[in-house]
Write a protein that binds this ligand. Structure first.
Ligand SMILES: NC(=O)c1ccc[n+]([C@@H]2O[C@H](COP(=O)([O-])OP(=O)(O)OC[C@H]3O[C@@H](n4cnc5c(N)ncnc54)[C@H](O)[C@@H]3O)[C@@H](O)[C@H]2O)c1
Length: 317
């Protein structure tokens, strides 16, 4: 059995390449070339989850699944909160191609997808970025968003100010960019053109009253019906897009909670990023529009990223 480690994934899949790959994959999904079912999220103790995420890309002769554990408290034990593998098969023969470490795949592909969404939805002249959260995704998102917009100023907030300060020191050194650690999410977002919410929060951390007109938001952290990062006012007043409508109406608390409150209807979701990429639907129409990309994370993203790494590893042999 071929096993590809996280270290190899990092070496073989850079962020710029992954952004292009995710753009192609989301377009393929919207052309109907992928089989994508809802994930199974089996609850363990507390908020811990074991997730199984199957999909297939028949045009590329691959089928597979990610198997992942999500243990939010691991962050405070020095362990990754997301750990798993992506198992990839040849669709035609059913033979196993390889097993790929899933932590790095998840880290890279999630931020790459947000970059794709940002590229199609954010104002062209967006220059400031607010990152809410300081974990793995907060780090990957800074790397990814910088590749699609000319970011000059970054604001970061975490509920633990020491983590925000650590992030600002480490990431400003890594990317040579000004990063201000903020004591409140309001301060972090009030001047931001692009906002990434990448926390394990259950209750809103981003409020409509604090977001400036014209901002684009990547809402990444809340992927279950009972968790949300955005308040109802923000969702209601935004142009709302997602990676997969079927996933959003089953899994996204950011959408489902305002929907259950009766504030928005199902038609509030304007469409999928793949549809935007294919020019099937309209995106931002006015500079003052507030756009939201609700990211649930799709198995097909993991499958495409893992297969890319498997093929690169084979070429390098
Ligand atoms: N949509 C997707 O495709 C996708 C993919 C990967 C991760 N995620 C989700 O994104 C979030 C961040 O992932 P990560 O890998 O960076 O996790 P991480 O464990 O590395 O970081 C978690 C971050 O959330 C913050 N946090 C935790 N509880 C909070 C609370 N109650 N209020 C405010 N902040 C809180 C922590 O301080 C930390 O900054 C998680 O919820 C994760 O499940 C989504």
């Amino acid at each position: 059995m071929i096993y590809i480690s996280g270290k190899q994934v990092k070496e073989l899949l850079d962020m710029q390449t992954c952004i292009r790959l995710m753009s192609e994959t989301l377009s393929a999904l919207s052309r109907g070339e992928a089989i994508q079912v809802l994930r199974t999220a089996m609850k363990l103790e507390g908020r811990n989850v074991l997730g199984v995420m199957p999909s297939a890309l028949l045009s590329q002769n691959i089928a597979g699944t990610k198997i992942i554990t999500v243990l939010p408290e691991n962050l405070y034990k020095g362990l990754p909160s997301h750990q798993g593998v992506v198992v990839v098969f040849e669709a035609e023969t059913g033979s196993l191609k390889a097993v790929v470490e899933g932590n790095e795949i998840t880290a890279i592909r999630t931020a790459a997808v947000s970059a794709v969404a940002t590229d199609v939805l954010a104002c062209q002249d967006a220059k400031s970025l607010a990152v809410l959260g300081t974990g793995v995704q907060a780090r990957m998102h800074l790397e990814a968003i910088r590749l699609v917009r000319d970011i000059e100023q970054v604001y970061v907030w975490d509920r633990n100010m020491a983590s925000a300060l650590k992030y600002s020191v480490e990431m400003s050194e890594k990317f040579g960019i000004a990063i201000t650690a903020c004591p409140t999410s309001e301060e972090a977002v009030k001047d931001a053109d692009i906002i990434c919410t990448v926390t394990a929060a259950k209750e809103p951390i981003l409020f409509g009253k604090h977001v400036k007109k014209g901002a684009h938001i990547n809402a990444v952290g809340a992927c279950t019906p009972d968790c949300r990062e955005l308040d109802t006012e923000l969702v209601k007043n935004s142009k709302f897009y997602t990676d997969r409508i079927e996933s959003a109406i089953h899994e996204a608390g950011d959408f489902l909670i305002p929907f259950q409150e009766g504030v928005i209807g199902k038609d509030h979701i304007l469409g999928e990023i793949g549809e935007l990429l294919l020019g099937k639907i309209k995106g931002r129409e006015m500079k003052e529009d507030i756009t939201v990309f609700e990211a649930l994370g799709l198995a097909v993203e993991d499958l495409a990223a893992a297969d890319f790494v498997i093929n690169r590893a084979a070429q390098n042999q």
